[in-house]
Design a protein around this ligand. Structure first.
Ligand code: ATP
Length: 375
């Protein structure tokens, strides 16, 4: 099933607003570039999430070894657009140690004493991390404009300032992925109503949400300007129809995964010799319990198989989802593979493993059933 799931065109290009883009006529219930339904979308999200997670680990490892690169996902959208769902369901697919998450609310007294970019600079992702901004410096040309928190000439000047700022950030090794989640007014109304109708969602509701909703048209105008004026080649916008939550999550997963594929992070080379360290370690072990070479390779194969099993379990509804690429395998080729080669390799390995297990059983019987203790 997963083999048939694919984008009809890369979403990075498809979702970037062109010169004729018109937010007023943008279909917020559409699923550009994806012909499947909800189940297909969820399956592909899980499958690509595995790759995203693997690549994130490589980026993290690179950062721990002196690498300076990072990714920054900027999430913008009106109330109920699904920013929180992206954080939970998309970024939740990767190791939380590798995520630098920041939510930007009304500036604190201290933040107000500084330039609006001050708190943003302080929150930029560390090397090797994926930074996530739940709202961002764009609030300073959105709410600041709509609620007239600053003079018009001030917010107008900010578009160029933001473009300059983002150029500096990217020049220091951060890939910026900007996402505007666009929900329709009707869908926003329904989502707010659900929050009111469900006691377990009351905590998400804020009476000010209705006041903000009344300014819908002003926000649409402000968003249109943001998209027109800050959609640069080095930090392009992606406008994502968000009425279908599964589609928005699928699209963001793909954008982040693609950003990581483009970075092509590699496992860093150790600064020590493996053979030397193995010899040193073995000298610390009780000679009786030093595993044989065969046992050591089996341990490695077992743990790789465990990881694959785990990956397949995560994929859940997609029994044929591509397994996570193997540790230590090459960079770009892996990242760009469609998983078919990986699967072939897996089958071969599984066969090899099965026959090895059989051999071991035989050996065990011959040796009187002595077996190593392995989980
Ligand atoms: P969300 O609606 O994002 O889930 P929330 O309702 O829990 O969040 P907070 O995260 O505390 O509220 O704050 C979000 C609010 O802060 C939004 O109304 C947003 O417009 C406002 N905000 C964010 N940045 C600024 C800013 N620079 N100036 C003024 N208001 C801002």
């Amino acid at each position: 099933m997963a083999d048939d799931l694919a984008w009809t065109a890369p979403p990075a290009g498809l979702l970037r607003p062109g010169p004729d883009f018109d937010l007023a006529t943008f279909d917020r219930a559409s699923t550009p570039g994806f012909d499947g339904g909800k189940a297909d979308g969820k399956a592909l999200t899980a499958e690509r999430g595995l790759l995203m997670s693997e690549l994130q680990e490589r980026l993290f490892a690179e950062g721990r070894s002196g690498g300076e690169r990072s990714v920054l996902l900027v999430l913008q959208g009106l109330d109920t657009a699904g920013k929180g769902g992206i954080v939970r369901h998309v970024m939740g697919m990767v190791d939380p140690q590798g995520i630098d998450l920041h939510s930007f609310g009304v500036p604190t007294e201290e933040e107000k004493r500084h330039n609006y970019l001050w708190r943003i600079r302080r929150a930029l992702p560390r090397p090797g991390r994926i930074g996530v901004f739940d709202r961002s410096h764009y609030e300073d040309v959105l709410v600041a404009r709509v609620d007239q928190l600053v003079e018009e000439e001030v917010w107008r000047r900010r578009y160029a300032e933001i473009n300059r700022f983002e150029r500096t950030v990217t020049s220091r090794g951060t890939t910026i992925v900007k996402v505007a989640l666009m929900v329709s007014k009707q869908e926003q109304g329904l989502r707010l109503l659900e929050r009111l109708d469900r006691p377990d969602k009351h905590w998400k509701y804020n009476p000010s949400d209705v006041a903000t909703r009344k300014k819908w048209d002003d926000y649409q105008e402000a968003y249109s300007d943001v998209l027109a004026r800050t959609n640069t080649d080095i930090a392009p916008w992606h406008v994502i129809p968000a009425d279908k939550k599964w589609y928005a999550r699928l699209a963001v997963t793909e954008l982040v995964t693609q950003a990581l594929i483009d970075l092509d992070p590699r496992w860093p080379r150790p600064r020590w010799r493996v053979a030397t360290q193995v010899a040193a370690l073995l000298r610390t072990m009780d000679p009786e319990n030093v595993p044989t070479d065969d046992e050591r390779s089996e341990t490695v194969e077992d743990s790789l198989a465990d990881e694959r099993e785990f990956a397949e379990a995560v994929a859940g509804a997609t029994p044929s989802a591509a397994p996570a690429p193997e540790k230590g395998s090459g960079g770009s080729e892996d990242a760009r593979s469609d998983g078919k080669n990986d699967k072939k390799k897996d089958k071969k390995k599984d066969k090899k493993k099965d026959s090895k297990k059989k051999d071991k059983k035989k050996d065990g019987k011959k040796k009187g059933g002595k077996k190593s203790d392995k989980k």
